[in-house]
Design a protein around this ligand. Structure first.
Ligand code: NAD
Length: 260
């Protein structure tokens, strides 16, 4: 059982990360929530996790572009909870532009949040995991860690990068009871995706159904979104003893996208 384990999930104030934090808490895992958002709403979510699931939930607002804040987040988690046993690197942003116009600051920001933040969390959490001889490192990559799309230079580079980092970490920690794996979703139904629909309807003069099927789900053979709960279930499986020999893997959950 995962009860009494301690987890840090970056970018968990919304979408996939929030579903992962809640799923872990439901299994009795103490959690560190991280990410941006309205302070009152985050506090409401944090308190709800504690009362619903009877675990400790801490909020840490560390900015994933700041290496010192990231290291401090892991140290604080170890100090307050006793250990970091499960680390889910999930914070991520996207930016879409032709490469010749791609803003340099957007490139740097995406590489920092979507790739380098995972290096900094893993670097800080690894000594404790090695010492305790148990750990689960899970990186939310993307179908874009395996295939590319035009206009997503930074995102595709960062996600391919995290797939490489994941393999290195898996090899280094293989004899310590610590696994490292990537989860690679296709299109996931999150508030972020949902909010794009009205604008895309207007911009392209399409109906809601056309936007969903011809734009968003164009690359996804099942023509269905992945749900955040399906991703959270995969995280729980990767944390289980049944998954102890799964390491260095990049597991697709993309409705068949990368099969084509
Ligand atoms: P989301 O926007 O709902 O959540 C992103 C989270 O990251 C939020 O909590 C946000 O506050 C946090 N964040 C952003 N910048 C941060 C920073 N500088 N420091 C700390 N936290 C920061 O998005 P989501 O769809 O849940 O995405 C989560 C992860 O899943 C990302 O890595 C994304 O690339 C990946 N992903 C999403 C999809 C999808 O279709 N939604 C598909 C494949 C991969």
């Amino acid at each position: 059982s995962l009860a009494k384990r301690n987890a840090v999930v970056t970018g968990s104030t919304s979408g996939i990360g929030l579903a992962v934090v809640r799923a872990l808490a439901k299994e009795g895992v103490n959690v560190v929530l991280n990410g941006f958002g309205d302070a009152a709403e985050i506090e409401k979510e944090r308190a709800a996790i504690e009362t619903e699931f009877g675990v400790t939930a801490i909020y840490d607002g560390a900015d994933m572009t700041k290496p010192e804040e990231i290291a401090a987040m892991i140290q604080n988690a170890e100090a307050k909870l006793g250990s970091v046993d499960i680390l889910v690197n999930n914070a991520g942003i996207q930016f879409v532009s032709p490469i010749e116009d791609f803003p340099i600051e957007k490139w740097n920001q995406i590489i920092a949040i979507d790739l380098s933040s995972a290096f900094h969390t893993i670097r800080a959490a690894t000594p404790g995991m090695k010492k305790r001889r148990w750990g689960r490192i899970i990186n939310t990559a993307s179908a874009h860690s395996l295939v590319a799309s035009p206009f997503k230079a930074a995102y595709v580079a960062a996600k391919h990068g995290i797939a490489g980092l994941n393999k290195v970490v898996a090899l280094e920690l293989a004899t310590y009871g610590v696994t490292a794996n990537c989860i690679s979703p296709g299109y996931v139904w999150t508030p972020l995706v949902e909010k794009q629909i009205p604008d895309t309807m207007k911009a392209r003069n399409l109906t809601r159904e056309q936007v969903i099927n011809d734009v968003l789900l164009q690359a996804q053979p099942t023509k269905e979104f992945v749900t955040v709960d399906q991703i959270a279930a995969l995280v729980l499986f990767l944390c289980s003893d049944a998954a102890a020999q799964i390491t260095g893997s990049n597991i697709s959950i993309d409705g068949g996208w990368t099969a084509g």
